[in-house]
Design a protein around this ligand. Structure first.
Ligand code: AMP
Length: 220
């Protein structure tokens, strides 16, 4: 079996993180979310966290040079030897070129880019109800996936909160960034024959069944 390297692509709030986490667990592959990596740096107040904070809080993308090194370090880890799932990276064509270069130096390449899309109305509703656990990063939704006790993470019992960049006034900036900088990755991956599109407008389980079947097919 070749090394499975999957890219999860799509607008913020579309639900790709939920799908990526579930697939990573089922396939026992690391789930690498650059948003989570940055939030961890912010929490620990590292020099990288300090550099990224302003961009993140404004709903802007962090500059490529800060992101690429972070990811390259992470995928060099031993736990990525059998493959990995990238969630929220690449987010610019330039980031993909950096990834491609690093992988090809090892004789590897991205296996597929899974592209999730839904209407803007759905996305805004998903983001505005989204809550994140302060301790473990698990996500919930006040309407669609509520925690058993309001404001308490089901997974670890810590407090859930609304990310600064999930606030309604930041969402339009994030979508603008997405359209301008990340959107071009769709034709880019399509041109490479790597794009697989998923309609993310439906229910989580229904979408996951398709995602899992597709990923299982790639392993053969
Ligand atoms: P996410 O949790 O994926 O929505 O990411 C939260 C924020 O982290 C984004 O709005 C960006 O500010 C930053 N970020 C995460 N991944 C990237 C990336 N690949 N390139 C640039 N910025 C990123």
């Amino acid at each position: 079996m070749s090394k499975l390297i999957l890219v999860f692509l799509g607008p913020p709030g579309v639900g790709k993180g939920t799908q990526a986490a579930r697939l990573a667990k089922d396939l026992t592959l690391p789930h690498i979310s650059t948003g989570d990596l940055f939030r961890d740096h912010l929490k620990r107040d590292t020099p990288l966290g300090q550099k990224a904070k302003g961009y993140m809080n404004e709903g802007k993308l962090v500059p490529d040079e800060l992101v690429v090194d972070l990811v390259m370090d992470r995928i060099a880890n031993q736990d990525c030897a059998a493959g990995f799932i990238l969630d929220g990276f690449p987010r610019t064509v330039n980031q993909d070129l950096a990834l491609e270069k690093a992988l090809s130096a090892k004789g590897e390449k991205v296996s597929a880019a899974l592209y999730f899309d839904a209407s803007r109305e759905t996305i805004v509703e998903r983001i505005s109800g989204r809550r994140t656990c302060r301790a473990c990063g698990a996500m919930s939704h006040v309407k669609y996936a509520p925690t058993k006790a309001a404001g308490v993470c089901d997974a670890c019992g810590s407090e859930t909160y609304q990310r600064v960049d999930d606030a309604a006034e930041k969402v339009s900036e994030r979508l603008k960034e997405y359209d301008a900088k990340t959107g071009p990755l769709v034709p880019h991956y399509r041109g490479k024959g790597l794009l697989r599109e998923f309609d993310a407008g439906g229910g989580v389980d229904e979408i996951y069944a398709e995602v899992k079947a597709f990923a299982e097919g790639l392993k053969d």
